[in-house]
Write a protein that binds this ligand. Structure first.
Ligand code: ADP
Length: 337
């Protein structure tokens, strides 16, 4: 019995019956239309055929009352009221049908998108995972060659072996970065994250980089946000490491980190006094494997900021920067408060 009353079709049928009985005892006039509209609105998730059937029944019930109760006291106004009620019923019918069509289209798009996304993730995983295997073979054999024949053939051969080794190490790093990129967004738990604790942990993790560069970090009081802890830690780590890394040789990195509340968003910033970024590259640097310098100048794979953008996207935010060449950069990102 409970099952029936939980279903919108039965709820709608029962309510319509009640409205009809009340209307029969005390003619409700134009109000009857409003009540039938409320009943039909319950069917928003049902099939179009069901909504159509109930709209026809509502129309018949609305029109039936003045016909059944017709006498010399019935005025033409009663029929006008019924006409308005019928109009209201059919208006809600078309609204419900339109909603159903849009809802259906959205479901189809979402399913297609989910399938494509899964395919892409799988492709990324298979490509990067399977590439590791032949790469490891190249690396280990070039190392073996180096150990056993280093200095035996000639200097040129040694140089070529070194190039092979370096290239395979680099490719291995790129493939690993690609795998990590694909993993972002898996097995995540949304939780309250204290960004002060997070940044302190990052400082500990990159302690050797900080002391090697004599970097000075000034961290304002940061908020607690609802987010994905591991991903947020990676976000801060990438931005802080970049701020330390992309510096002229003779400057001491000075990094400022803070956040401000603007309406319903926390806007975080990571500011440095580094080499800066030209205006033309401001979008490009967030794409995967895009770098503005060679690995000889500054080490890296070019995936850090792509990670950052993916993480901020996952939190429903945006990442952007403000920068001037040789004057430093400020990276901003927002997270809903
Ligand atoms: P990676 O650090 O591995 O090179 P990223 O994706 O983190 O890759 O950064 C992409 C590029 O953006 C970098 O190669 C660098 O040219 C530029 N960049 C990133 N952060 C900074 C920064 N704080 N100052 C100047 N340039 C930066």
């Amino acid at each position: 019995m409970r099952y029936y009353f939980e279903r919108p079709i039965y709820q709608c049928a029962l309510l319509m019956l009640i409205v009809f009985i009340i209307d029969l005892i005390i003619p409700l006039g134009v109000a009857v239309g409003v009540l039938y509209v409320c009943c039909i609105a319950l069917l928003i998730r049902e099939k179009v055929k069901v909504t159509l059937m109930f709209s026809i029944v509502a129309t018949l019930l609305t029109v039936a009352i003045p016909v059944i109760t017709f006498d010399e006291n019935t005025t033409w106004m009663a029929f006008v009221n019924r006409g308005i009620s019928v109009l209201a019923v059919w208006m809600i019918y078309f609204i419900v049908v339109k909603h159903r069509i849009l809802d259906h289209k959205m479901r189809v798009y979402t399913t297609k998108l989910e399938i494509k996304n899964k395919e892409l993730e799988q492709f990324n995983y298979v490509a990067s995972h399977d590439l590791q295997e032949p790469l490891n073979t190249i690396r280990s054999f070039s190392m073996l060659l180096n150990q056993q024949y280093g200095g035996v053939i000639d200097k040129k051969a040694d140089k070529y072996l070194l190039f092979i080794n370096r290239a395979s190490v680099r490719m291995s790093e790129l493939v690993k970065a690609l795998l990590d990129y694909g993993r972002i967004g898996h097995n995540m738990n949304l939780e309250k994250v204290d960004c002060n604790v997070l940044v302190n942990e990052v400082k500990t993790d990159i302690d050797s980089l900080i002391s090697k560069s004599n970097a000075q970090l000034y961290v304002n009081k940061l908020p607690k946000v609802k987010g994905y802890e591991t991903e947020l830690r990676l976000l801060f780590q990438n931005l802080i490491s970049n701020a330390i890394k992309f510096q002229n040789k003779d400057t001491t990195p000075i990094i400022k980190i803070g956040a401000s509340l603007e309406t319903d968003q926390w806007i975080f910033f990571v500011k440095d006094n580094g080499i800066g970024i030209d205006q033309v590259h401001r979008e490009r640097i967030f794409a995967i494997f895009q770098r503005l310098h060679s690995t000889c100048e500054y080490e890296g794979t070019g995936i850090g900021l792509a990670h950052c953008r993916k993480i901020v996207d996952l939190h429903g935010g945006r990442i952007w920067l403000d920068s001037q060449v040789d004057k430093g950069s400020t990276f901003y990102f927002n997270i809903p408060a």
